[in-house]
Ligand binder design. Structure first.
Ligand code: NAD
Length: 343
């Protein structure tokens, strides 16, 4: 049987290995063709001759790229992630391209990583490790604070936010939640309350953790005004999307002490930087360079999803979506309205 060739943009060895393993295990009639490049207007020509294209978080599928894909005969774009803020879904629909995603590969992986960032940045684990590497075993600069008895604010209480809320609650924190829809699983937990307005929530929180999607409504929601409303010295966590935070405003907040610390797995201009080895090329992004140097900031390269369990689910789900598409069915198709800002 002829194998269906799938073009995988933004491919990395760890990702290819996971797909190859699953394809061989299931004896699926698929062949992954790897491209290290990100999908964009300059690289879309690589998709010529493919029916199915696979992309990840930092590829850009604009209306122009969707038109080009359709002209090349591409009928399906498979996202290897949950978020789809990088895709013009409306344009894809217009050009007859089916877009699918992996709606839940492991919200636990992402939520647990948010907690790792919080514990790391609060208890200065990255600083301790770097001090010891340089022979400094003193405790200077390593004073943290107890989470127990403090207040956390969770913005977005879907899959990842709800797990973070539960873990922080188990730590003995008071948890305030904000979402456009209330998550029924959280409503009966004592010491966990929904608040309708950020104005009410932010001044009370020692930790603010972002778990909402990036869309027109949430773009740069953490700006100077947001930061000004927060409790002085609060810790900001962002494992959702870099575009939620205005990094200029964050840097200013950190400099002035209004932001006490930040744990970030994402960055607003991460596209050309994260997932690459930039030791030779350098970073060329002043704000990221400054953030990386601040001792009260812990940044990781969009790795919150990266567990064996999550990778397995990403691979299985995306291959199943392709199988369904090729047999005329749809699975985990992205609906344009999901990415719209709330009215
Ligand atoms: P989800 O869809 O389960 O939950 C998102 C929640 O945000 C929903 O309950 C939604 O109602 C709420 N929301 C939407 N707009 C809001 C607003 N303006 N204010 C408050 N709440 C709002 O998504 P999830 O699986 O919890 O993931 C959240 C985000 O995290 C995703 O959109 C994705 O961008 C990101 N993510 C990052 C990684 C990573 O590796 N760093 C991995 C997975 C997901």
């Amino acid at each position: 049987m002829a194998k269906e060739r799938i073009l995988m943009y933004a491919s990395k060895q760890w990702s290819l290995n996971a797909y190859d393993y699953q394809i061989q295990k299931d004896q699926s009639p698929f062949e992954i063709v790897a491209s290290p490049d990100l999908l964009g207007e300059n690289t879309v020509h690589q998709a010529k001759g493919f029916k199915v294209v696979s992309i990840f978080v930092n590829d850009k599928l604009s209306a122009k790229t969707a038109e080009a894909l359709a002209n090349f005969g591409v009928g399906m774009v498979v996202l290897r992630c949950a978020g789809f803020d990088n895709v013009d879904v409306e344009a894809c629909t217009q050009y007859g391209i089916t877009v699918t995603r992996v709606p839940a590969y492991s919200p636990h992986a992402v939520a647990e990583f948010a907690i790792a960032l919080l514990l790391g940045v609060n208890r200065k684990i990255h600083r301790a490790s770097s001090k010891m590497l340089h022979g400094d075993f003193s405790l200077d600069g390593l004073v943290g604070w107890d989470l127990h008895g403090k207040t956390a604010g969770i913005i977005g209480t879907g899959q990842t936010g709800a797990i973070v809320a539960n873990i922080l609650h188990a730590f003995g924190m008071r948890v305030l939640c904000n979402d456009i829809y209330k998550n029924a699983s959280l409503l009966l937990i004592p010491n966990l309350t929904y608040v309708d307005s950020l104005d009410e929530m932010l001044p009370q929180c020692d930790v603010v953790s972002l778990h909402c999607p990036l869309n027109a409504h949430t773009l740069r929601m953490v700006d100077a005004e947001f930061i000004h409303k927060c409790k002085r010295g609060f810790t900001l966590l962002n494992v959702a999307r870099g575009g939620l935070v205005d990094s200029e405003a964050l840097l200013k907040g950190l400099r002035e002490g209004q932001v006490g610390a930040a744990g970030m797995d994402v960055y607003e201009n991460e596209t050309e930087i994260f997932f690459h080895d930039r030791r030779e090329a350098g970073i060329h992004d002043d704000n990221l360079g400054r953030l990386l140097l601040l001792p009260q900031v812990l940044i990781t390269p969009h790795q919150a999803f990266l567990t064996r369990d999550a990778l397995g689910t990403i691979v299985e789900t995306s291959l199943e979506s392709i199988r369904q598409y090729l047999s005329g069915k749809r699975l985990h198709e992205v609906q344009h309205s999901l990415n719209k800002a709330p009215k």
